[in-house]
Design a protein around this ligand. Structure first.
Ligand code: DAH
Length: 340
């Protein structure tokens, strides 16, 4: 038994150090029918009966050890193998790495931001999960107000109510609460509504809202600002018109249309033969909203507006289905490489 042990030890050392030949030489020497592993196995018959079990285990383990070394030599010999002449043509171009492009919503959002920044508007952001106060109550939409129905949303919890914001007007409230006047901000961001998904509506979309509060701000300022925006966005020939509307947070309120970009106002299918398409809601900030946010409504006035980025993008690029924006189809997204 002693002798067997020393023999195994010696052989293991020898095997570990083996690098003198190819895998086949190794196999013949150690693992072949006349190899050393076999001959050691033959020694078993000379081992005393009480040691047989232990000797068997040792020999088995030694066999596995030798086989592992053989596998190693084999794989080393295949990876080291160099062809005499190479077929690789190093002058061929490499595999192309496809470059991504910005999402059309991001492109248009950035364009909108840069237009308003030139007019002195700063970008303000806020949370997508809002409390009831910032999304509704502060904006003159108290609990049970029927206008809340226009913006049904997803509630995270009730009492106290936490919800996914339905518009970025909540960011306006947060800025007004800071109390630093004048305020001249735009609020880009994602909003949510409980809508049935179709070509024209989705349960989430993006908005850019604007707010300007200072002394003596008038409806004329609002008109001028929005007119500048559409001319920069859609070109100088575009016309605007305002229609009276209703929003609880503005008084008076209006919706703004632009002359149809397809027919130039002649009347076509896109503008439903009217020559005009609606692009946003706006108005003079309601004094109740100013008061709710701690701003003196006798001293300050302001205007606000809000528009959907999807809508502007659809008009700009004549996209007919809102769902394309969130399907992530590269064939659609690729078309905007280098746009805007
Ligand atoms: N928050 C309105 C909406 O999501 C849009 C809007 C209208 C925003 C008038 C305004 C505004 O700031 O003055 O439908």
């Amino acid at each position: 038994m002693e002798q067997l042990l020393t023999q195994i030890k010696e052989l293991k050392k020898e095997i570990s150090a083996f690098n003198g030949g190819d895998a086949e030489t190794f196999r013949i020497k150690y693992l072949g029918t006349k190899g050393l592993v076999k001959s050691l196995m033959g020694e078993m018959k000379n081992v005393a009966a009480e040691n047989k079990k232990e000797a068997g285990q040792l020999l088995n383990e030694f066999k596995l050890f030798t086989e592992a070394k053989y596998e190693l030599l084999k794989s080393a010999s295949t990876t080291n193998h160099q062809p005499q002449t190479s077929n690789i043509d190093l002058t061929l171009p490499g595999d192309p790495v496809p470059l991504g492009s910005r999402h059309p919503i991001s492109l248009v959002k950035n364009r909108m931001i840069s237009i308003f920044q030139r007019l002195g508007f700063a970008v303000a952001e806020g949370p997508e999960i809002e409390d009831d106060f910032h999304n509704f109550t502060a904006l003159n939409l108290p609990e049970n107000h029927p206008a809340r129905d226009m913006q049904d949303t997803f509630y995270i919890s009730q009492n106290p109510d936490w919800l996914l914001r339905t518009h970025t007007s909540s960011v306006q409230v947060r800025e007004m609460e800071k109390g630093k006047l004048p305020i001249r901000i735009i609020c880009p961001g994602r909003v949510y509504r409980n809508e049935t998904i179709s070509a024209r509506a989705h349960c989430f979309f993006h908005q850019v809202e604007g707010l300007y509060i200072a002394e003596n701000v008038s409806f004329a300022d609002l008109k001028q600002t929005l007119y500048f925006f559409v001319q920069e966005m859609f070109g100088e020939t575009v016309k605007i018109r305002f229609r009276p509307s209703y929003f609880p947070f503005t008084e008076p309120s209006a919706e703004m249309d632009i002359s149809c970009l397809i027919c130039g106002g002649e009347g076509c299918n896109v503008c439903k033969k009217t020559g005009w398409v609606e692009i946003l809601g706006c108005g003079m900030v309601h004094p109740n909203v100013l008061d709710n946010c701690g701003i003196d409504s006798n001293k300050y006035t302001g205007f606000a507006f809000g528009m959907g980025i999807e809508r502007i993008t659809m008009l700009k690029y004549q996209i007919k289905d809102l769902r394309l924006f969130s399907e992530n189809d590269v064939r659609f997204l690729d078309q905007f490489t280098g746009a805007v």
